[in-house]
Each structure stands twice: as structure tokens, then as C-alpha cells.
Design a protein around this ligand. Structure first.
Ligand SMILES: *Cc1c(COP(=O)(O)O)cnc(C)c1O
Length: 373
């Protein structure tokens, strides 16, 4: 049992779980079939269900989002240098290092906090082979402009779409942009399979290459065509995903309600900036605020104040990826190259947002933020 203090904590996010009873029949089927992994029936059903739900033509399931990122880079044979954002979860750049690729950090847009298309061209060198942007907090990148640059220079585009499950841009699903998009189904994400992830691609041939790569490179019992890895999603995760998908629309709706409540209450608070509301379907995965100099408290004092009230907000994304020791020495990681990202990392707090939050809890968060002085 959880100690009572644990249950009073208001966490930045908390996984949605279906009733345990509803999962038992799925487990019974797995026990019956004894197929635990290797593209079993639940794996195939979840791929089909996600193709339908997300409106994408091809999707390959993975055991987590990071292995999906690592494999996406392998699938397109990316080498040399890749342009990416420092303002993300560390796995974005780690997936490059794991492939022996050098990340080249480019600064972000001050409003969307996504990779700034105006700064990409200046970072391209003869070694650049791809761009890896992140739809940060589920806000779509400027996909058209990024694609144009990629086309002009013959670069691939791989989106880290770990935050972007169910997000639509002006022209439909955001996952249909770029060469590949990578999703995460980690426990902290909008749609979870405990751990999990996926690569979205646009043609059957690429999907087949990805499927080979995630299964050691095996094509059949005796043929191995690539130095693949083991990235397969298990049947228990896939079955759980099918059940989770039934509740996803209700979960997104609950998030939307909380987002609206935060926005309304924070609109006139001096020194607090919310990210802009966008057109198209959002997933309300995070609720970042930027704490400016006009606010009576510093960002970190507000962060501590929230904790004193049992509110565990998070400073995503602080520190910047480019400030971690394995990246710090790279020329593109220099703070003067990344002033906008630096400023955002020093100002941001992500307030709790998840379907399990009660109105009272949201009001408590707001009271601490609004009444600070
Ligand atoms: C969560 C996350 C990942 C990693 O996904 P896992 O499924 O946890 O491996 C990668 N990139 C971003 C931006 C993320 O938020």
C-alpha cells in the first residue's frame, strides 16, 4: 500500500489505468496461446488499431521510444551530423550518440519552443544528413518550412514525436510529416503501454526494414539481413495498449478541461506566460508556463513553493540537453549559440496535468501560482 502522504501528492503526471478486471480476459488469451512476443496477435491488432486511430498508413511497435529513435536512424542509414534541439528530453540526442552520430544543436523559437527553422540552414555542413526536430509538449513544428530546407539540402527528417500522440496540424495528423516519426508510450505519456513506442512511416518497404531491424535483422529462420536489435513490443504490452486505446478520447477530453481552467485563471497573472493555444487537435500532454521577471517569485522559488503544498511540478526541460557532460564540449552546445533555449530552460515549469486530477487539486495549484508574493 502507498503511504498516505504519497496519495496526497499532486504529481506532474500520473498514468491512466483501465479497471484491472478489464485486463484479465486479455491475459487469459495470452496464457491460452502461449505467444508472448514476436509479432503475435495482440501486436498485430494494436498496429491496426493505431493505424486507424492515428490515421497513418504504417506503424511499427517498439518496446520503448528510445529504441524506436535508435532504430529510426538505422533504418534511414543516418550518419555524420544531425541537426536537433537542445530543448527536449535527453533521449533525443542520446539516440544520435548511440549511433555514432554527432548532434548539432540549433536554437529554438521563443514562442513555440520548437526548433527554429530560421536557424537551421546556418548549421548545415557537408556532414549533415538529417534533421531531428521535436514536437515539444505536443506543439507541431513548422513542418512545411523544415521539409523545404530538407529538400533543398537533400536531408532526411525524423521527428521525435514522443509528445505528439493524437496531435493534428492544419492538414491532419502531424505524424504524416517527415520521413519518420517516433512515438513513446512510456507511463508518463498521454497514451501508455507501461513502456512502449513506435515508428510511423509512409510505405510498406520502410516498415518492413524497420520490422527486420527491431528483430535482430531476421527475415526468416536462417536469413539475417542487417545488424538489428531487439526492440519488439511484447504481447502483454500490446494487449494493454488495445485496452488503453478505448479510454484515450475520454482522457484527452479531461486534459482539455484542465488546460482550459489553467489558461483562464493564469491569463492575467503578471509575469506568467502560457504557451499559445494552437489550431488543430491538441493532446494537452503538458502545461508549461514561463516565469518572467515581472512575477514576484523566481522560477525556482515558485517550484519550491509548489512542493511545499505537495505539488510536484517539473522543470521540463531544465537542464538543456546541451548542458549534460557528454554534449557540453561540442561547439554547437555553447550557451551563446542557444540563448533562447537557455532562457526557456531557466523560466519553465510544467504544471500537473493528467486525467486523474480533481478540480480541487487544479484549484490548489492555481492558488499557489496566483497568490504568490
Ligand atoms: C519520453 C521521451 C522519449 C523517450 O521515450 P521512452 O519511451 O521513455 O524511451 C524520447 N523523446 C522525448 C522528447 C520524450 O519525451
Amino acid at each position: 500500500m502507498m503511504p498516505p502522504t504519497e496519495s496526497r501528492k499532486i504529481l506532474v503526471t500520473q498514468p491512466v489505468l483501465p479497471p484491472l478486471d478489464a485486463f484479465i480476459p486479455y491475459l487469459e488469451q495470452i496464457w491460452e496461446s502461449r505467444q508472448l512476443t514476436n509479432s503475435g496477435p495482440f501486436h498485430q491488432q494494436l498496429e491496426q488499431a493505431l493505424r486507424d486511430y492515428l490515421g497513418v498508413s504504417q506503424i511499427a511497435l517498439f518496446t520503448n521510444g528510445t529504441l524506436a529513435l535508435v532504430t529510426a536512424l538505422q533504418a534511414l542509414r543516418i550518419t555524420g551530423e544531425v541537426i536537433t534541439t537542445p530543448y527536449s528530453f535527453v533521449a533525443t540526442a542520446h539516440s544520435l550518440l548511440w549511433n555514432g552520430i554527432r548532434p548539432v544543436f540549433v536554437d529554438i523559437d521563443p514562442v513555440t519552443l520548437n526548433l527554429d527553422p530560421d536557424r537551421i540552414e546556418a548549421a548545415i555542413t557537408p556532414h549533415t544528413t538529417a534533421i531531428m526536430p521535436v514536437h515539444c509538449y505536443g506543439h507541431p513544428c513548422e513542418v512545411e518550412r523544415i521539409q523545404k530546407i530538407a529538400d533543398n539540402y537533400g536531408l532526411k527528417v525524423i521527428y521525435d514525436a514522443a509528445h505528439a500522440f493524437g496531435v493534428h496540424g492544419q492538414d491532419g495528423n502531424i505524424l504524416n510529416h517527415g520521413d519518420l516519426s517516433v512515438l513513446s508510450f512510456h507511463a508518463t505519456k498521454v497514451f501508455n503501454t507501461f513502456e512502449g513506442g513506435a515508428i510511423v512511416c509512409h510505405d510498406a518497404k520502410t516498415k518492413q526494414r524497420i520490422d527486420h531491424l527491431k528483430n535482430f535483422g531476421f527475415v526468416d529462420e536462417v536469413t539475417v539481413v542487417a545488424p538489428g536489435i531487439n526492440g519488439k513490443m511484447s504481447e502483454i504490452m500490446a494487449a494493454f495498449g488495445l485496452l488503453q486505446l478505448q479510454g484515450i478520447d475520454a482522457a484527452l477530453h479531461k486534459r482539455q478541461t484542465i488546460d482550459a481552467r489553467y489558461r483562464a485563471a493564469l491569463a492575467d497573472v503578471k509575469g506568467i506566460t502560457c504557451l499559445p493555444v494552437r489550431e488543430g487537435r491538441a493532446n494537452y500532454a503538458y502545461f508549461p508556463i514561463l516565469v518572467g521577471p515581472e512575477y514576484p517569485l523566481s522560477r525556482d522559488t515558485l517550484y519550491e513553493r509548489l512542493r511545499e503544498h505537495g505539488i510536484y511540478a517539473r522543470r521540463y526541460f531544465y537542464p538543456l540537453i546541451s548542458d549534460f557532460p557528454m554534449y557540453r564540449g561540442m561547439p554547437s552546445a555553447a550557451p551563446e549559440n542557444l540563448p533562447v533555449a537557455k532562457a526557456a530552460a531557466e523560466r519553465v515549469i510544467c504544471l500537473p496535468i493528467h486525467p486523474g486530477l480533481s478540480e480541487d487539486q487544479v484549484d490548489l495549484v492555481l492558488r499557489v501560482v496566483v497568490e504568490a508574493d
